[in-house]
Design a binder for this molecule. Structure first.
Ligand SMILES: Cc1cc2nc3c(=O)[nH]c(=O)nc-3n(C[C@H](O)[C@H](O)[C@H](O)COP(=O)(O)OP(=O)(O)OC[C@H]3O[C@@H](n4cnc5c(N)ncnc54)[C@H](O)[C@@H]3O)c2cc1C
Ligand code: FES
Length: 258
């Protein structure tokens, strides 16, 4: 794994990709060597950095993508930075997804701002998987859905849900996921999204061997020092705390205690 560095990365472009959602392409050869599921900690005005996952990793061009929803002061500030300016980013941080198994059907599940890291996984490993690949993407409303076209450009089987039925099936990703799981008992699942969604993904996929979940816990230092981000996991001798920023953010589903 690459050692995290503090990098001044130039913004190549910034694009509004959905209501209140922006994607930046950053020029950085160091970051482009990251693993899908890892994240950067971006300096914004004030004390704490903000964790954002990679949405794309282009090693050939030395360019990465990060995509975020504006929810507060930090992400609003980020969305106002122009192309050509520099961001102060610490990364790549955490442990990303493992490479998928070549012979197992693969389901990528993304909810809301959990969609970008599973797209980065698809982009990195699509050619590794020789079995069918499915994406299940969920958003609250059609105008909040991101990266649907990016998935469609790469794979045929993209299933979309919205809470209000404004695009795709009405409801959450869990319906299409349960359907896929019933048809693919030997499949593998990579998911990212809100904690409540991930808890249910783990439930639906009980008994599936290769289920990996990328958590988006609130963070402080992002480097394993402050314990702001701990979750309860199954240790060798009973339950123990794990730091999402350092031990994760990707965990095998069977490790976590909900
Ligand atoms: C490993 C990791 C990867 C992430 N990747 C992405 C990503 O790719 N795209 C993206 O849009 N967001 C991502 N997030 C969430 C993102 O870090 C927060 O939305 C951001 O820090 C909010 O900063 P702010 O200053 O705009 O909002 P604040 O003013 O700090 O908070 C505004 C609101 O957002 C909530 N909030 C803040 N942080 C989080 C969080 N981590 N999880 C849930 N709710 C939060 C607060 O409770 C509050 O309601 C990720 C978080 C983690 C831990
Ligand atoms: S954010 Fe400080 S230990 Fe994880």
């Amino acid at each position: 794994m690459i050692r995290p560095l503090i990098i001044k990365a130039t913004i190549h472009s910034i694009t509004a990709v959905a209501t209140g959602h922006f994607e930046v392409r950053l020029d950085s050869r160091e970051l482009a060597a990251a693993i899908p599921g890892q994240f950067v900690h971006v300096r914004t005005p004030g004390t704490l950095r903000r964790p954002i996952s990679f949405s794309r990793l282009d090693r050939a061009q030395g360019r990465v993508g990060i995509l975020w929803q504006v929810v507060g002061a930090g992400t609003r500030w980020l969305s106002e930075q122009p192309a050509g300016s520099q961001l102060d980013v610490l990364g790549p941080l955490g442990h990303g997804f493992p490479a998928p198994q070549a012979d197992r059907p693969w389901c990528l599940v993304g909810g809301g701002v959990g969609i970008p890291p599973v797209f980065a996984a698809l982009e990195a490993w699509q050619d590794v998987v020789q079995a069918p690949i499915t994406a299940v993407l969920g958003a609250r409303r059609e105008d909040l859905l991101t990266m649907g076209d990016d998935f469609r450009d790469r794979i045929d089987d993209v299933r979309i849900t919205t809470d209000d039925g404004s695009r795709g099936g009405r409801g959450t990703v869990l319906g299409p996921l349960a359907h896929w799981r019933a048809q693919n008992p030997n499949g593998q699942v990579y998911a990212c999204g809100p904690t409540a969604m991930l808890a249910q993904v783990a439930q639906v996929c009980q008994g599936v061997e290769h289920v990996y979940l990328a958590l988006e816990q609130r963070m402080g230092c992002g480097m394993g020092a402050c314990l702001a981000c701990v979750v309860l996991a199954q240790g060798k001798h009973g339950p123990e705390w794990r730091r999402v920023c350092h031990d994760g953010p990707v965990f095998a589903a069977e490790e976590l205690i909900w």
